[in-house]
Write a protein that binds this ligand. Structure first.
Ligand SMILES: [Fe+2]
Length: 206
């Protein structure tokens, strides 16, 4: 059975100037964690994203859409001044973004709040810096590579290569909030800000 649901034919491009406000989503998680321990609740409730999709579904979806990009169904623009995005598909369950990365363009160290994520590199290569509990761990993602992002995944993604890269990203449920982080000199992860992400906003994709 295909993980894909009937789609809303929405297609937007460019970095929308979306107003953001502070969110308490992550703060709620921080409050809930000790409560779970205290009351012996089942942590499975909190460790699963509120979506019927699993990471394998999302990675498969990004691979499917990546093949569409290879087939020329989705034109790509390389913008040397900023990352370029296009929302290819969107419904209540999942958003799919096409992103291009010129040389040295990066996201920022971030999470995806309550959403699962996945990406497939269409062309070029990306470097992901993953938070591993005591520091960042790099991994190179070459063309054709797909990876999934479970809940709690904190990472930065960028293209240090001299040639542009293109990738397809999916989030389920669609991103509604996210937090940004800094790594302190003592190798602790510090949240610097949290934002709400409006439906279809490119803020946070990557
Ligand atoms: Fe991300």
């Amino acid at each position: 059975m295909s993980p894909w649901r009937p789609q809303l034919s929405s297609e937007r491009s460019g970095a929308a100037g979306v107003p953001t406000i502070s969110t308490s989503a992550v703060a709620r998680a921080e409050v809930l964690a000790p409560l779970v321990h205290r009351h012996h609740w089942s942590t499975s409730v909190l460790l699963h994203a509120p979506t019927s999709l699993v990471l394998a579904d999302l990675t498969a979806l990004t691979r499917e859409v990546a093949s569409e990009v290879h087939a020329g169904l989705h034109p790509v623009t390389i913008d040397p001044d900023r990352r370029w995005y296009r929302l290819l598909r969107s419904d209540s369950y999942v958003d799919v973004w096409l992103i291009s990365w010129a040389t040295e363009q990066t996201a920022e160290l971030h999470d995806h709040a309550g959403s699962l994520g996945a990406l497939t590199v269409v062309s070029g290569s990306l470097v992901e810096q993953r938070w591993a509990g005591d520091g960042l761990r790099p991994r190179q993602l070459r063309a054709g590579r797909s990876v999934g992002f479970p809940l709690g995944h904190v990472h930065d993604v960028g293209n240090p290569a001299p040639t542009p890269a293109v990738s397809v990203h999916a989030y389920s449920p669609p991103l509604s909030a996210m937090s940004y982080y800094a790594v302190e000199p003592d190798r602790r992860l510090r949240r610097t800000r949290s934002v709400l992400v409006e439906s279809g906003s490119s803020k946070g994709v990557g």
